[in-house]
Design a protein around this ligand. Structure first.
Ligand code: ADP
Length: 453
């Protein structure tokens, strides 16, 4: 049984894991960089070890130092959170070979799903609909143009090793394709150390709808409903909600079955996510699987009442899931707003600095997952998300009203944040009507005066 966990992460997700562990009577070890000495995860964990300099490459990405810390402190398991080493198959393998449980899937599943071309091929073979596109990576421009013409413009060029919305380029004709193909390859090489790209049909104005998967080590695979993550800026999610205002009961059932089939094809264990794009007609296409806990997991927790982090730990302990598909009931609505230290009025430029005053909202149906506090200095080395506001209630209307109310209470002084932007979105008729697609943010920004936020 797991008695002590090293948390190989920082920020709000490190706190989220510490909280679950504390409730389960499990000891925690935080690791941190020199830039995170002040960070709450360091203060709240039972023990903490500094693993290096401020840059991620010198600390949170140093598998060797993290494993040494795990050995020194004698932990049984490592929770990787999201980002950093969470989808690094080699790290998962290293943990296993050191007899430390990796709280996530087997390295084989991470490897299969981490290469997006392999992932799509696996799904196609399993009978899960994928976005039409190239068979695997395309090597050169001549071959690539042929594929693009065959699929039909517009197409999207995506990095095989992509993630975080980076390394994607859209082309509308042969001329723009030639240019974007080279840009995409260079970007992919720089960002992921792997320049391989593949091509997909660009689905216009789709919704991004993903299914939460939970699978134990005894062959049970369940889904916990969907999250609609269509509100995105530059392919990065800003708002997520569950259930999706778009899905009918029938479509939900079909997509849920497809998601389970997809997870089975990946021989999946632990918590994971199957992402789909859905067009206006309700056609759905697999785009990728995320083999980790996701930023937006709280909306699923609030509508199902299931603690996903505790389930992850139980699964890593070899326990059976204590419920079946029929036991999972969604009778609430939850909305999550990502609070980023960015200035939405100035093209979302990062706004690191010291938070002079921090006051988080509360009350019925409000949850705040954040590592921010008054006096906290946000380091400039990591991503800009400083918290998540999750509001929930019996209906979507109440979740929306509650989100607006809670955003109005949320005070973060000293830096710019996305709070005013979220307030404007919560009062926008298109979002209120549940009509947002992945094209929503661009349209919203073009018709909304920036002095509103
Ligand atoms: P990442 O792993 O970088 O997050 P994804 O494959 O999950 O990349 O795609 C992220 C987002 O990019 C999607 O939610 C969607 O908005 C957009 N996108 C990706 N593929 C397509 C496509 N074929 N057509 C239209 N939009 C796409």
């Amino acid at each position: 049984m797991i008695q002590k966990i090293l948390i190989a992460n920082r920020g709000e997700i490190a706190l989220r894991i510490i909280r679950a562990c504390r409730e389960m009577g499990i000891k925690t070890l935080a690791v941190y960089s020199e830039a995170d000495v002040q960070s709450l995860h360091v203060q709240l964990a039972d023990e903490a070890i500094c693993i290096g300099g401020p840059k991620s490459a010198d600390s949170y990405l140093r598998a060797d130092r993290i494993i040494s810390a795990a050995e020194i402190a004698d932990v049984d398991a490592i929770h990787p959170g999201y980002g950093f080493l969470s989808e690094n198959a080699k790290f998962a393998e290293q943990c296993e070979s050191c007899n430390i449980k990796f709280i996530g899937p087997k390295s084989k599943s991470i490897r299969m799903m981490g290469d997006k071309a392999v992932a799509k091929d696996t799904m196609r073979k399993a009978g899960v609909t994928i976005v039409p596109g190239s068979d695997g990576p395309v090597e050169n421009e001549t071959e690539a143009v042929k594929v693009a013409r065959k699929i039909g413009y517009p197409v999207i060029i995506k990095a095989v090793a992509g993630g975080g919305g980076r390394g994607m380029r859209i082309a509308h004709n042969d001329v723009s394709f030639a240019k974007e193909f080279h840009v995409a390859r260079n970007e992919a090489e720089k960002a992921f150390g792997n320049g391989a790209v593949y091509i997909e049909k660009y689905i216009e104005k789709p919704r991004h709808i993903e299914f939460q998967i939970l699978a134990d080590t005894h062959g049970k695979v369940l889904h916990l409903g969907e999250r609609d993550c269509s509100v995105q800026r530059r392919h990065q999610k800003l708002i997520e909600e569950s259930p999706s205002p778009f899905l009918t009961a029938d479509l939900r059932k079909k997509m849920g079955k497809a998601a389970i089939k997809a997870a089975e094809a990946a021989e999946y264990q632990n918590a994971g996510t199957i992402e789909f794009l859905v067009d206006a007609k309700g056609n759905y296409y697999f785009i990728e699987m995320n083999t980790r806990i996701q930023v937006e997991h709280p909306v699923t927790e609030e509508v199902t009442g299931i603690d996903l982090i505790k389930q992850q730990i139980n699964v890593a302990n070899g326990e059976k899931l204590g419920f079946d598909q029929g036991d999972i009931k969604v009778d609430k609505h939850a909305i999550e707003c990502r609070i980023n230290a960015e200035d939405p009025a100035r093209n979302f430029t990062p706004s690191p600095g010291t938070i002079s005053l921090y006051y988080a909202p509360g009350g019925l149906g409000v949850r705040v997952d954040s590592h921010a506090y008054s006096g906290y200095t946000i380091p400039s080395h990591y991503d800009s998300m400083i918290g998540k506001l999750i509001c929930f209630g019996p209906t979507r209307k109440i979740a929306l009203q509650r989100s607006y109310r809670a955003l109005s209470e949320y005070l973060i002084r000293g830096i710019k944040t996305t709070i005013p932007l979220h307030k404007a979105i919560m009062s926008d008729p298109v979002f209120i009507d549940g009509k947002a697609t992945t094209a929503y943010m661009e349209d919203f920004m073009s018709r909304t005066p920036t002095d509103l936020f």
